[in-house]
Design a binder for this molecule. Structure first.
Ligand code: HEC
Length: 120
């Protein structure tokens, strides 16, 4: 049997997890983004395209600002979540529906929407 010391074993474990686990965690993120895009574009869920240009979504409206460079405009992702959860807090006259507060989308769907929009 080949003897390897504990340090070597740790290094090998770390390499193993980088090679094999990274694609797995990567694909979880991909799935989340895909779900977020789907819910955001769904006319009976987010329906964000009714008012916003968003990614490659078709037939966008222009009542709201184009959803681009989101990470620059929302350095704190929580602020983006708050805007989608309840836009009326920032602007009591907002046209935008309070998606979280009124349970138009579930918490899980909201998280996915936030991830997707944050990637734009
Ligand atoms: C009925 C129209 C409408 C719909 C539907 C709508 N929005 Fe909005 N949204 C607006 C308007 C108008 C604003 C401008 C700020 C305000 O009035 O609150 C806005 C602002 C925003 C902002 C802030 C942009 C910035 O740079 O300040 C974000 C982010 C946003 N909307 C995301 C979404 C997402 C995500 C959805 C779908 C889940 C959505 N909106 C659906 C009308 C809408």
């Amino acid at each position: 049997m080949i003897m390897i010391n504990i340090t070597t074993r740790r290094v090998l474990m770390a390499m193993w997890s980088m090679v094999f686990l990274a694609p797995i965690t990567g694909s979880a993120d991909e799935a989340m983004l895909e779900k977020g895009k789907q819910v955001a574009e769904d006319r009976r869920k987010g329906n964000c395209l009714a008012c916003h240009m968003m990614g490659n979504g078709e037939l966008p409206g222009n009542q709201g600002p184009p959803l681009v460079s989101m990470q620059l405009r929302f350095p704190d992702k929580e602020d983006l979540r708050a805007q989608i959860y309840n836009p009326l807090e920032k602007n009591p006259n907002s046209l935008m529906p309070p998606f979280g507060l009124h349970n138009i989308v579930s918490d899980e769907e909201l998280d996915a929407i936030v991830e997707y929009v944050y990637s734009l």
